[in-house]
Design a protein around this ligand. Sequence first.
Ligand SMILES: [Zn+2]
Length: 265
Amino acid sequence: MIWTDGFIAFVTGLLAVVLLLTAWRRQQARRRRELAPFRPEWRARLERRMGPLLQRLTPEQRRLHERRVVEFLADIRIKGCNGFLVTDEVRLLIAGMACLMLLRPDAYVFRGLRTVLVYPRAFWVRHQEPDELGLVSDEPELRLGESWNGERVILSWEDVEAALAGDAVNVLVHEFAHQLDAENPETEGAPLLPDYTRWSKVMMREYRALERRSSQVLDDYGLEGPTEFFAVATEAYFQRGTELRLLHPELYGLLRDYYRIETSD
Ligand SMILES: [Zn+2]
């Protein structure tokens, strides 16, 4: 009979140790985050690469942005692929740009996201999902980025750099918009919102308009479905705010009220 008093005391003790260890680890992680302040030199580095956007923030939003960057860096692993070296600069720029999408006071720092994988440039993937005819193609496809179920983001660094230099394509905000979309599994093409009335109305109208006629600022790729439309609109919002406001004022207003930053001149 192994269920002796001594054995039970031993198991209970072991369990207590495991529980204490888990609690201690969590506390350590929390303390590490509290102890890792936003370094003053980061401010100048971010300013250099995304100054025009940062200058639009109020002092309060600046503080919020810096807090989110610290949290992002503490919670999300950034890993290089195909020999790409993830430097402090790379980590800071990814966190800095992604957190510009989190200026809502109640925003989560990408709930569920664990890892960001960074490739040096566009990468080849083989699609395993069947198409509408049920056929699985074995043809590799070239990708700038991917977002997996709110858990993982994959980016081509060359294209992140291009976006930071002002390119109309911004793979980073595109993929992170998919992450925001995934925070609400109930809907497609919308982040977590208290009320969807205005969002659905505006998005639906803009989607239908793009179906009828191409836009100078919204990529036709948005017509792949509501999820892609939200991501494409987010790209236009961050990269070509002035044109988006002129050509699609309602869509611009909707995204401004969500992202809480003015991107138009
Ligand atoms: Zn997409």
